[in-house]
Write a protein that binds this ligand. Structure first.
Ligand code: GLU
Length: 445
């Protein structure tokens, strides 16, 4: 059996971090099993679906490096839904309802007022053919509900939540089709999952009650349901569901200089019993992916943790992975020299400026000025082809008796204009003899 997962966003807005996590979990599981990962655009709501969001979803997945093995969209599959619709109506599993939203709302309020759960009373099921004809003659068009089978409990073994059991009588028969003929997501999703041989439905736990109804839809369509895995939702670092999470998307993370690998490394592990680790290759994460590691408690998404993971990812990225974001001329040696000092790739340009110059002249006290004038002279005598930093500091140590900070810090200041930075032994060859001499002379003069 080939594992098939799908990420099924509705293109009614931009993906937020919760959606991105769902995409990542689906991708990881498919990769873990050598399976297929599909992008399914749930665009049955024509009024709210927009092409620019379809494009944004594709772009976001591309940025993350999650390449779908296929793309489907519900608006292209209306014929498949129509065929199943007719069959389910014939089988008595879909029934027409004529209540207006106001009528339904009133009934709900009455039930709630009596302290009863606001479950749809199935009044429409009791309508006679004549009553339906009369309503239609008034100009009413039906919407359609799926008749849940009340005879047995709905049960499934959730890959994350364990055994689930629902009383179908405690759930309203879900509306699956609107009066204008358009579809709600519930039934098309089941038809797609059947037709696309989806084996695992991985999504947020906000879908658990949808799953209860969908388990019966699979059965009504003569199919066995896929495995479901409902992940606990994300919460903000403050431990509660925050509005902010809903607004954090790829655009934000890009602007913050977050690498896609950092986002994947974090989102793959939060909410699991595994530690968050700065793993650059998502396939490595896939190798260790297991729903059994996921807990029921909300997964805490902390942007500070993301920033920390990001830095540790940046420290591992090869030149080829970042070359198009580096200043022109900044080669692999320079990248590797400055990489350990970066939190974000964009900061590389600051160190490139340090290497290439000009640098801001540092403040140097009188004693160090004399020392740096010595250093400028010593620098003319050393071999610049091998390891100029150790040659220079070795010579100065012998000549001046300086050691430790007194030996190194004035040199660093004079050569880079900074008190901290990358290892001088790797930086100095990149600065090169001519610039180094000029900087030492300027600081010693
Ligand atoms: N379009 C639905 C959503 O975005 C898909 C849910 C599912 O994965 O079945 O919530």
């Amino acid at each position: 059996m080939t594992v098939v997962t799908r990420f099924a966003p509705s293109p009614t807005g931009l993906l937020h971090v919760g959606n991105l996590r769902t995409a990542i979990l689906n991708w990881l599981f498919a990769k873990a099993k050598g399976g297929r990962f599909l992008l399914r655009l749930d665009d049955t709501d024509a009024a709210r679906s927009e092409e620019r969001f379809v494009e944004a979803i594709r772009r976001d997945l591309a940025w993350l490096g999650l390449v779908p093995d296929g793309e489907e969209r519900q608006s292209a599959r209306l014929d498949a839904y129509e065929a199943r619709f007719d069959a389910l109506v014939t089988a008595g599993r879909l029934y027409p309802c004529y209540e207006t939203p106001q009528e339904l709302d009133l009934r709900r309020k009455i039930l709630l007022g009596r302290g009863l759960p606001p479950i749809y009373d199935r009044a429409a099921l009791a309508l006679t053919a004549a009553e339906r004809a009369a309503l239609e003659a008034e100009g009413r068009r039906p919407h359609w509900r799926f008749r849940l089978d009340h005879d047995a409990a709905i049960e499934w073994d959730d890959a994350i939540r364990g055994h689930q059991r629902f009383d179908p009588a405690a759930i309203s028969d879900p509306v699956v089709r609107r009066a204008d003929g358009s579809w709600l997501y519930l039934l098309p999703s089941v038809i797609d999952d059947i037709d696309m041989n989806v084996t695992h439905v991985v999504r947020g736990e906000d879908h658990v009650s949808n799953t209860a109804a969908q388990v019966q839809m699979f059965a009504a369509l003569g199919a066995s349901p896929p495995t479901f895995a409902h992940a606990a939702l994300l919460t903000g670092s403050e431990g509660k569901l925050s509005k902010r999470l809903g607004s954090l998307g790829v655009e934000h993370f890009r602007e913050e200089g977050i690498e896609p690998q950092a986002l994947i490394a974090l989102l793959a592990r939060i909410g699991t019993s595994d530690p968050v680790e700065p793993i650059v290759d998502p396939l490595t994460l896939a190798g260790a992916f297991d729903f059994a590691r996921f807990g029921r408690a909300p997964a805490r998404f902390d942007e500070a943790e993301l920033t920390a993971v990001n830095a540790r990812i940046v420290h591992q990225l090869g030149h080829a992975a970042v070359a198009d974001r580096l200043p022109s001329g900044m080669g692999a040696e320079a990248w590797e020299a400055v990489r350990p000092n970066l939190s974000h790739v964009a900061e590389a340009k600051d160190w490139w400026q340090v290497i290439e110059g000009p640098i801001d002249p540092p403040a140097i006290d009188d004693a160090d000025r004399v020392y740096l004038a010595d250093a400028a002279r010593a620098a003319t005598d050393i071999d610049w082809t091998a390891d100029p930093w150790h040659a220079l500091t070795g010579a100065l140590k012998d000549a001046t008796g300086r050691k430790g900070k007194a030996l190194f810090l004035p040199l660093r200041l004079a050569l880079t204009g900074q008190a901290h930075g990358p290892d001088m032994a790797t930086l100095l060859p990149l600065i090169g003899r001519d610039r180094a001499l000029a900087r030492l002379q300027a600081a010693g003069g």
